[in-house]
Design a protein around this ligand. Sequence first.
Ligand SMILES: Cc1cc2nc3c(=O)[nH]c(=O)nc-3n(C[C@H](O)[C@H](O)[C@H](O)COP(=O)(O)OP(=O)(O)OC[C@H]3O[C@@H](n4cnc5c(N)ncnc54)[C@H](O)[C@@H]3O)c2cc1C
Length: 222
Amino acid sequence: MVHDTIYSSPKHTHHFHLFPHPPSPHPTQSVGVALDPTTRAIVVDQYSRTNVPSIFAIGDVTDRMALTPVALMEAKALVKTMWLNTPTVPDYHEIPTAVFCQPPVGTVGLTEEAAVETLEGDIDVYVTKFRALKQTLTGREEKTMMKMLVHVPTDRVVGVHMVGAYAGEIMTPMAVALKCGATKKQFDETVGVHPSSSEEFVTLSTKTRTVVGKGKWVGGRL
Ligand SMILES: Cc1cc2nc3c(=O)[nH]c(=O)nc-3n(C[C@H](O)[C@H](O)[C@H](O)COP(=O)(O)OP(=O)(O)OC[C@H]3O[C@@H](n4cnc5c(N)ncnc54)[C@H](O)[C@@H]3O)c2cc1C
């Protein structure tokens, strides 16, 4: 069933239709909104507009990246586009993610596999495994693993991955660094907090291996 709500601003009145998340029976079909035949997600363009020009869709129903902050980003972009006269495309680059298992997993940027597919030229891979200082005090054997990918021709850090305590916390500031195009040299020049796990990301000195990128990216926006 389609549910109508009305948003009013001093200048505009907007009618919204809220649709249940696929794959429940989809009222969008009754108004002609196109769905992806495989995922049943609502198909949208880069401004979140469906094939019906007056209908927009954001968040999980569009199956672009099913995360709460991504839905918020899409909402903010839509508000700018529709009401602030600033057409804005959501930016899906360097979105950090975490799995809150024990130990947690955190990641931002390219995986090694994606880096090889996307980048041109050598990619240095740094991997470190250690027992965090805190664990030495508690006597637990739990290890932390960190991995960093560096595109050698540009020195850009293109991927940061971690399994270990606070991985979910550490990935947001890492995402800021990657979004700013941080280089390995800039990581190396950064002073970390001691004792902490995150300081390992600024003291990685011995590369584990070098792999060769088979893609076309040589710099600029990833
Ligand atoms: C188990 C689980 C764990 C998750 N963990 C994380 C996490 O740790 N971090 C993270 O970033 N994301 C997580 N997510 C994903 C995150 O919840 C979603 O990406 C996010 O909620 C999407 O927001 P949304 O507004 O698109 O959809 P929703 O949050 O699903 O909101 C849609 C709303 O619309 C309502 N609705 C549906 N149909 C109608 C209708 N016809 N009329 C009126 N109301 C309607 C629904 O009841 C619901 O309240 C998790 C998801 C699940 C299922």
